[in-house]
Design a protein. Structure first.
Length: 91
């Protein structure tokens, strides 16, 4: 494993989950809720967005965060095994 690149990949996933993904949700949440629309169709649409779509965003954020943590664990394991050599055999 290339430890340095593994660490960069983990940090990129972490940033995606914690920052970029939140910005994306915030942008589209504002778009979906920020225009004038009244009536039962509006209520149903916005309720779905607020519950189902938000849940999907949260779920993906959790998956990305877990993957980042898992990758960092593999990086740490590889460092321990290889003595912190950046281009050692796969772990």
């Amino acid at each position: 494993m290339d430890i340095d690149n593994g660490r960069v990949a983990a940090k990129t996933l972490e940033n995606l989950a914690e920052s970029e993904f939140l910005q994306l949700y915030t942008k589209y949440n504002g778009l979906m809720t920020g225009f004038e629309w009244e009536g039962p169709d509006s209520e149903a649409f916005r309720q779905t967005w607020a519950s189902d779509i938000k849940r999907l965003f949260d779920s993906l954020k959790e998956v990305l965060t877990n993957q980042a943590m898992d990758l960092m664990k593999h990086v740490a394991d590889q460092e321990a095994v290889s003595g912190a050599t950046t281009h050692s055999a796969s772990h």
